[in-house]
Design a protein around this ligand. Structure first.
Ligand code: KG4
Ligand code: ZN
Length: 341
């Protein structure tokens, strides 16, 4: 029997201060998330400086809580994992500094993790049988990537957004229709009362790269629609606009993803990132995957949005490969997926 591996994982790349204890990469013993959303709501988006300050205030408390909830001691950990990119530099630095300090003081090895690798690995937590290779659609506030997961820690990005990330489009459209921040969950909710076929918004194609996405045209189309209604003095049905916008996003994500799955010949498909908790998106993928005999994987909503359990899951496979970081580990705001610094 192999020895159990316990990892204390830390995540602070954006507006969640999070820590978790994960056993053997797939068993979450604790998952503590301090969400700063309420703090940023009045500004209509994440304010980097405020995020960093709040991370500093909360990080030790969140880490201690993660160990307490797991009923474990720091000395029992085999590695300290931390997100070191991509993300907001000041926010990332808080987690990275905390992890380095703990590692230095305790002598427990340090493992830096890529944030997107964490999102993808969130799928391993509740799907014990899931192993690479598979295709994963990563859709969050900062990223929209179609990724071939060739093996643990081995990725090929085959599609990416040319402009706004999917979550960013949700947030911007929500603001325009007066739903506030964060837009994704709000659009998801009101869409259930709207007619997704009420307004036809464009589904953008990126000519020279079939798996790439573009959402800024769609966002502009929604803004133009709202303006023209206002000019004509027509009443705007918020639920219909939300549902029609959401359907346009879903259609493009589903079409590109399924084309890729078929082209690469995989039978497993996963989604990840904040937008992956969208109920309409999940239903659409469930339906199409069932029809095409593809096994569809998705994390529970709590593992879709930013959390540290997913970082612990990704770190386990890095740890097993012998990957360790030194105390020169730094925050890398634009870290590429698969890149190791
Ligand atoms: O993964 P995440 O927590 O942070 C990043 O790494 O960016 O994603 C946050 C994004 C936000 O844009 C938020 O509006 C979106 O995920 N989101 C959703 C839903 N829940 C969160 N978008 C659509 N439907 C949802 N239910
Ligand atoms: Zn994220």
């Amino acid at each position: 029997m192999e020895k159990n591996v316990y990892i204390l994982a830390i995540e602070s790349s954006c507006d969640e201060t999070a820590a978790a204890v994960v056993k053997n990469g797939r068993e979450v013993l604790s998952n503590v998330i301090y969400s700063q959303i309420a703090l940023h709501t009045e500004y209509g988006g994440v304010v980097p400086e405020i995020a960093s300050r709040k991370h500093i205030e909360k990080i030790n408390q969140v880490i201690e809580q993660a160990l307490t909830d797991a009923k474990m001691k720091l000395e029992e950990m085999n590695a300290i994992a931390v997100t070191y990119g991509p993300g907001l530099v000041g926010a990332l630095l808080v987690g990275v500094s905390a992890a380095k300090a703990i590692s230095f003081a305790s002598g427990i090895p340090l493992v830096g993790v890529h944030h997107i690798e964490g999102h993808i690995s969130a799928n391993y937590i509740e799907n014990k049988e899931l192993e690479p290779p598979f295709i994963c659609l990563v859709v969050s506030g900062g990223h929209s990537h179609l990724v071939v997961v060739k093996d643990y820690g081995e990725y090929e990005i085959i599609g990416r957004t040319r402009d706004d990330a999917a979550g960013e489009a949700f947030d911007k459209v929500a603001r325009a229709i007066g739903l506030g921040y964060p837009g994704g969950p709000k659009i998801d909710k009101v869409s259930r009362e709207g007619n997704p076929d009420a307004i036809h918004f464009p589904r953008a194609k990126v000519g020279d790269a079939e798996y790439d996405f573009s959402f800024s045209g769609l966002k502009s189309a929604v803004l133009n629609y709202l303006n023209s209604c206002q000019m004509k003095g027509e009443e705007i049905n918020t639920a219909d606009v939300a549902a029609s916008f959401q359907k346009a996003v879903i259609d493009v994500l589903v079409e590109h993803s399924m084309d890729a799955v078929e082209r690469y010949g995989y039978t497993k498909f996963a989604i990840a990132g904040g937008v992956a908790s969208n109920s309409g998106l999940r239903q659409a993928f469930e339906k199409v995957c069932e029809k095409k005999n593809i096994t569809f994987y998705h994390p529970s909503p709590v593992y879709c949005t930013d959390n540290a359990a997913m970082i612990g899951a990704a770190a386990y496979y890095e740890f097993r490969k012998g990957i360790r970081h030194g105390f020169d580990l730094n925050a890398v705001p634009n870290l590429k997926l698969g890149e190791r610094i």
